[in-house]
Every structure is written in C-alpha cells, then in structure tokens.
Ligand binder design. Structure first.
Ligand SMILES: Cc1ncc(COP(=O)(O)O)c(C=O)c1O
Length: 349
C-alpha cells in the first residue's frame, strides 16, 4: 500500500530503532534522563531559543504553550484553518478557560494584520470584552497546501504583535520543511516567534514526540503545565533517542520529500481531469477533480489499487510525501490516480 494520507504514517528507520536500544535512560520527571536532556538542548540550539521541552504530542505541546501564555478569560487568536483551531479538541477552552478567536486564513497560509486588528476592542479597559493575549500561527500552513509563511510577513507580524503587546506562538509542526524550502536555518524562522512547537513524528519520521522551545522562564512554566496535563514521562529517552536521529538527518530526508512532492505534482498536472495546486512548496500536493467526478468513489478506487489519499476539505485532495515513499512509489501513485479517474465519473454511481 502506498500511504500518502499524511507524513504521520512514517515508521522509524533502522537507525532510530537501534538508537532506542542503546539509549541511556533516567527519570525525566526528575530531569534525569540524559537522552531527553540532550534532545532538548539540541532542539533549543537549533531554533535559537534558550530552552526546550519534550512532549508526547504536538497537541499537548501546543496546549501547554497556549496555557502558559494566556491568562484564563483571555482570547487566543488562531487561524480558522489551523490545526490548533480545528483538530486539537478545543483543549485551551476546556483546560485553560481560554477563548479561541478564529481569523480567516488566506490562500498562502497567512493571517491578515487588518483582520487580526479587528479582534482588539477599541477600548481595552471596557469590561465587556475578553482581550487577546496570544497570536498563534502555523508554519508551514498544512490546510493551505504546506505553504511556507514568507519571512517578510513574519517580520511584519512580529512588529505588529510587539506593538499590541502580545506574544506569538508558532505551531511549527513542520518548521524544518519550511527551513529546507527557504534554504535557511530554522533560527531565522523561529526568531519571529516567542515560542515554537515542532513535531518529531511527522516528516522527520520519529515515532513519537514534539518539542516546545522558548525562553527559560516560559519553558519552566510549560514544564509544569505538561506535568499537570499528564505529559510528564519517566524513561522518555526511548522516544528522545530516535528524535535525536531525526534531527540529525532532517535536511537530507526533507529535501528528498520535497522533490518527490514536486515530481508527483508534475505528473498529476499532465492528467486533464485534475487541477493541481501550483504552490508545492514542501511535502504536500493538493489537487481537485473536475466537477463530473465523485471524490469518495475516486478515493476508494485509489485504495483498491493500493494508494491511500485523503479529502482534506470538500473537493480538495491531499497527498503527503515522506520518507516511507520511494521514487518508484511516486510513479505508481500517479499511475493509480490516472487509472482511478474513469471509475469515478458520476454516471457510474
Ligand atoms: C500543523 C500541525 N500542528 C499540530 C499537530 C498535532 O500533532 P500531534 O498529532 O502530534 O498531536 C499536527 C498533526 O498532524 C499538525 O499537522
């Protein structure tokens, strides 16, 4: 089966499995797991932040970050297409008494400053209004096609939020895809955010884990919230060890994934029944079928032929390239898609 639904399906490499066996372990709730400590130190350095902390998932990492930034009864400004808003079970409201205020997401994944501005009351002393205390951005933006937020935009946003006196949390689940796409150090991206979350378990292909990086006092607070949420782990070196391998190999792996995505997009653009999004910037290919085709039938026909892909939102199909997909699989995937189209015509249903 060729699995293109998400890069979360990646399985750990042999090198990662070996690293698990050899990992030196301790009790991380006491801060005594040397492998976790090494991963956290490396992660902080990679992003140019003072400190970092390991989480079991991106969802918990984002939640603890939001709770550390936002007092109860305040608003977190989020993109209306962001993972934090759509897929994280409303955790900030449930656990933190924080209100999500969704901002329209533009086609390139950005949130317009003029739209953000509307979320601030004219008179911040008016007791009727909950006040914004944090802006969350997603980079790359998943649901707009893995789009990388432009550096000039991040700079402008950073300047604006400084003026408004609120911090920025970057959901950089795939921040290394962004740094590879822009061919710059991740520090040059992370510098525009006060805190950054990234996932080890997406394209980086480690089995479990996410990191939050930020200032030392912030990470201290986040660590305490992690424990409160049940995310304090004991011999967590067994997940940190493959995380270290993942970080060491990240550029090679992700560059290959981006090339595979471009190749798939090129092949699909030759199929006349398909419209491929022209903006393949990272490891994702988004496409639509012409109106006369039924998406559900198309997806199940692809599955029958050995390819898993997903409809991310009505009519929009996403294919995510990753380390467990070979160049040969890319060829095969394009062939399966071509073969499945005639079976998906509405007249057959
Ligand atoms: C952009 C983004 N942020 C956060 C997450 C959440 O990560 P996790 O699945 O580890 O909770 C995901 C998961 O797919 C994601 O795509």
């Amino acid at each position: 089966m060729i699995e293109l639904r998400s890069d979360t399906f990646t399985l750990p490499s042999e090198e990662m499995m070996d690293s698990i066996k050899k990992a030196v372990l301790g009790d991380d709730v006491y801060g005594l797991d040397p492998t976790v400590n090494e991963l956290e130190k490396k992660s902080a350095e990679l992003l140019g932040k003072a400190d970092a902390v390991l989480f079991p998932s991106g969802t918990m990492a984002n939640l603890a970050s939001i709770m550390a930034h936002c007092p109860r009864g305040t608003k977190v400004l989020v993109g209306d297409k962001s993972d934090i808003y759509i897929y994280e079970a409303g955790g900030a409201t449930v656990c933190g008494g924080i209100i999500y205020d969704p901002i329209p997401t533009e086609k390139n994944g950005t949130l317009k400053i003029k739209n953000i501005e509307t979320r601030f009351p004219k008179d911040p002393t008016d007791p009727q209004f909950a006040l914004p205390s944090l802006l969350c951005i997603e980079n790359p933006s998943n649901r707009t096609g893995g789009r990388v937020l432009p550096l000039a935009y991040l700079q402008e946003l950073n300047h604006y939020t400084r003026m408004k006196n609120i911090p920025i949390h970057m959901d950089g689940a795939r921040i290394f895809n962004a740094s590879v796409a822009l061919d710059i150090s991740p520090i040059e991206i992370a510098m525009f955010a006060d805190s950054v979350q990234f996932c080890l378990s997406k394209g980086l292909s480690a089995p479990i884990g996410s990191i939050v990086a930020g200032s030392s006092p912030f990470i201290k607070k986040v660590r305490m919230i992690r424990k409160m949420l049940g995310g304090g782990m004991r011999q967590a070196g067994i997940i940190a060890a493959p995380g270290i391998v993942a970080l060491e190999n990240r550029n090679d792996v992700l560059k290959k994934d981006h090339i595979k995505a471009t190749n798939l997009a090129e092949k699909l653009s030759l199929i006349k029944e398909i419209d491929v999004s022209p903006n393949v910037e990272t490891n994702m290919v988004f496409f639509t079928l012409k109106k006369e085709f039924l998406i559900a039938t198309f997806i199940s026909t692809c599955e029958m032929y050995g390819l898993n892909i997903d409809e991310l939102e009505p009519g929009v199909i996403r294919a995510v390239l990753h380390s467990n997909v070979s160049n040969e699989d890319v060829e095969k995937a394009a062939e399966i898609i071509k073969k499945a189209i005639p079976f998906s015509k509405r007249e057959f249903t």
